[in-house]
Design a protein around this ligand. Structure first.
Ligand code: PEP
Ligand code: MG
Length: 755
């Protein structure tokens, strides 16, 4: 059964569109279960009806025509119960509803299972037989499992159907839900990011120059052929006949008129060579992978490998420069920080990533850049939206393709209102952040990219609470040298002096990888991350610390060095030993600088219980709430599936944050927070009330938070906190704090509906 499930899912995955996906499902299910009927009913959201979409065994002419109201018949009964309905004799069931056109009067046994994706019932999968019998447990289990496996594909195919290049292209507006990555609205044209030699991610584009595309394709095939021949020639005296035969097999596949022919047919229909190639290769790979014979199944890998080579060569020889429309919304399956620099800034208006969530690093950086971003738009067919008119709503976290005039008018107004609100905050930029009753809080910024510096100073940042040094490492092609680092750090220190600048040592791992130093792990967020990597590679740590300290020569800014991902005291002792060593060596070398402050990030839950011991060892502490929340709640900050469970206002998180302040202050150690929470005005009110000395955030949030904290009295904030600490659920806490902000006339600055 497992094998059948695997094969059906693979075939469905490879299907061209929704209709063929459904065809495959009904065909394969009826044969695997030896049942006379298999049908699929899907929800048509606009009419709230279930449509008879595919069948084996019932009247095919009724497909697309028969519709059932939401509670109608046994299909409606399955939906109502949201669980399988297994009946020996459907006809005698009170909910049975006889529909003549379908022709099901001969069939007695009925098993219907709901198709559920992200808690939403998309439709019902039904099998029927003439015989009066109950389907047995293994049949029921098979259908339930299959339904769960195909639900995502159906959701995706439904969305794709609205956008596919095929003749039935529908240009109606479609809304794709995701989560907010960075606030703001963007109206523009989608551009799907083009990745080198990634067959699975080639954007589907049209071409007008068919001859040129065919030529490019043929040249790429020829080039790949030459490369294979030459490699085979070079290795002929080192390899045995069996290995050499593989090269012949490759050449054979390339010569195969079927594959080239299919690619050319697609190009002639108006598709550019790269997506025509990827589509054909992926179809062949899927066919191989569904074969019973293991040897043939493995040949799928050869075809894929070859397709990748041809694609790489096609991309190399295609010298056309990428063109970005005036208002480009960059779309990718899994955008990474390095992708943020792909589009020239004056053409870029938004980002959309199919994977990831609002707490992914790419979203945090996008917010720092002030670029509206939607993350985790799981159903968006990223390959198919290239060139499509698009709106993204980074406040609510949704994407609209082919927006209507009404959508455009609405979002233009939202953008105008936002701009007016932001303009109104300008007057605050040179004011100190003091509550009306005299409580002072320091508002610092998080930086990473050089443009952050100007933006931060322009918004009145009082210091840098987190300089994410790894961002520069991610943009480089090798580890930057000590001198390269020194120059960059110096620029940062010079720009902010005399303000305090907190430089965090390299924090890679998790969702931050370096192209030249890949860390591949099953569980990267629980793996080799942050200080764990740098203590294992003291040469990297030492070069960075030396660069930081030396960068301060002659500036004597207030430099603070901060250690990420500390999970035990030994790591602090070891890191401090290395920092002391670097400092003494630099002094010996004649560098005249002050010893920097050294601090630790509290972002691993265990450290919440050792704040006092840590505080005695260091000069300052800063809470990394992004990671602290993910580890406390066991919710991967990068996984859109569980993004609803990532709750910064979770009562346990708030209790932990309060304990950290109390313990740090009992040791008289200054404490800040540099996770995203600090930049959310509602959370900032609570953090201030808890006693956090410094709130460090992305620069676009500085004035919003300043507005909140200069409006709400400290004693009022404390009352709100007292009330909140007795509450039990994140969403009610967020709603309560938001309502308090609204009462204070701050409704406009409330950010995100996330809690
Ligand atoms: C954090 O974890 O809160 C933090 C500020 O660090 P990062 O988001 O870079 O992991
Ligand atoms: Mg962190």
């Amino acid at each position: 059964m497992l094998e059948v499930l695997r094969r059906v899912t693979q075939e469905v995955n490879a299907a061209e569109d929704l209709t063929s996906a459904l065809e495959i499902i009904v065909e394969r299910v009826s044969s695997a279960m030896s049942t006379e009927v298999c049908s699929v009913y899907l929800l048509d959201e606009s009419n709230q009806q279930y449509v008879f979409m595919a069948t084996r065994g019932l009247n095919p002419d009724a497909i697309g025509k028969v519709r059932l109201d939401i509670n109608e018949g046994l299909v409606g009964y399955v939906v109502e119960r949201a669980e399988p309905v297994n009946l020996e004799d459907a006809q005698s069931h009170p909910r049975n509803h006889y529909i003549e056109e379908i022709g099901e009067d001969r069939f007695h046994s009925f098993l219907g299972v709901p198709i559920i994706h992200s808690r939403k019932i998309l439709g019902v999968l039904v099998v029927q037989q003439q015989e009066t019998r109950r389907y047995d447990e293994s049949e029921e289990a098979f259908l339930i499992t299959l339904s769960a496996l195909i639900a995502g594909v159906i959701a995706n195919a439904q969305a794709t159907g609205a956008l596919s290049l095929s003749g039935s292209r529908k240009k109606s507006a479609t809304i794709f839900e995701g989560t907010s990555g960075a606030p703001g609205v963007a109206i523009g044209t989608a551009v799907t990011i083009l990745r080198r030699a990634e067959l699975d991610n080639v954007p589907v584009r049209k071409t007008r120059n068919i001859d040129k595309e065919i030529l490019l394709f043929e040249q790429a095939v020829e080039k790949t052929r030459d490369e294979i021949r030459s490699t085979s020639g070079k290795l002929s005296d080192q390899l045995g006949p069996e290995e050499l035969a593989l090269f012949d097999a490759y050449l054979h596949i390339l010569d195969d008129a079927a594959i080239s022919g299919e690619v050319i047919v697609r190009i002639k229909k108006g598709e550019w060579a790269q997506s025509a190639l990827s589509k054909v290769i992926l179809e062949h790979v899927a066919n191989f992978e569904t074969m019973e014979n293991e040897y043939l199944r493995e040949r799928g890998a050869d075809v894929r490998d070859l397709g990748t080579r041809v694609l790489a060569s096609l991309q190399t020889s295609d010298t056309r420069k990428p063109r970005y429309p005036k208002a480009t919304i960059l779309v990718g399956e899994d955008l990474a920080p390095a992708d943020l620099a792909v589009v020239p800034r004056d053409r870029l208006v938004g980002f959309v990533s199919v994977k990831g969530s609002g707490n992914s690093h790419v979203a945090i950086l996008a917010e720092a850049m002030g670029v509206p971003t939607v993350m985790g738009a799981e159903d968006l067919p990223s390959k198919l939206v290239d060139g499509t008119p698009m709106i993204i709503d980074g406040f609510e976290g949704c994407v609209i393709t082919h927006p209507t005039e009404q959508h455009l008018a609405y979002y233009k107004k939202v953008a105008r209102d936002e701009a007016t609100m932001v303009e109104g905050l300008e007057e605050l930029k040179d004011k100190r952040c003091v509550t009306p009753d005299g409580h002072r809080v320091r508002l610092w910024v998080n930086t990473g990219l050089m443009p952050d510096v100007a933006r931060s100073l322009d918004r009145g940042a009082e210091g840098v609470g987190l300089y994410r040094t790894e961002v520069h490492f991610m943009m480089s092609e090798t580890f930057p040298t000590e001198e390269e680092q020194r120059l960059i750090y110096r620029e940062h220190l010079l720009a902010f002096a005399p303000r305090q600048v907190t430089m965090r040592t390299l924090d890679i791992g998790g969702d931050k990888s370096l192209p030249y130093f890949p860390i591949e792990e099953e569980n990267p967020f629980l793996g080799w991350r942050g200080i764990r990597v740098t203590l294992d590679h003291p040469e990297l740590f030492i070069a960075q610390i030396r660069a930081m300290i030396k960068a301060n020569e002659g500036i004597n800014a207030h430099l603070r060095i901060m250690l990420p991902m500390i999970s035990n005291l030994g790591e602090i002792d070891e890191a401090k030993r290395l920092i002391d060593k670097c400092y003494s060596e630099l002094i010996e070398e004649g560098v005249e600088v002050k010893m920097p402050d050294v601090g630790v990030m509290i972002e691993v839950p265990a450290m919440v219980y050792q704040v006092r011991e840590i505080a005695r060892r260091v000069d300052f502490l800063s809470v990394g709430s992004n990671d602290l929340v993910q580890y406390m709640l066991a919710v991967d900050r990068n996984n859109s599936r569980v993004s609803d469970l990532y709750q910064e206002f979770h009562p346990a998180v708030l209790q932990a944050l309060k304990k950290i302040v109390d313990d740090a202050h009992n040791e008289r150690t200054p404490l800040g927070i540099c996770g995203e929470m600090a930049g959310n005005p509602s959370a900032a009110v609570l953090l201030m009330a808890m006693g956090y000395d410094v709130l460090s955030m992305n620069s676009p949030n500085l004035l919003l938070v300043k507005r909140a904290l200069t409006t709400i009295e400290y004693k009022q904030a404390k009352k709100i906190l007292d009330h909140v600490l007795k509450m039990e659920e994140a969403h009610t806490i967020k709603e309560y704090v938001d309502s308090q902000l609204r009462n204070a006339g701050l409704g406009q600055i409330i950010r995100s509906r996330r809690y």
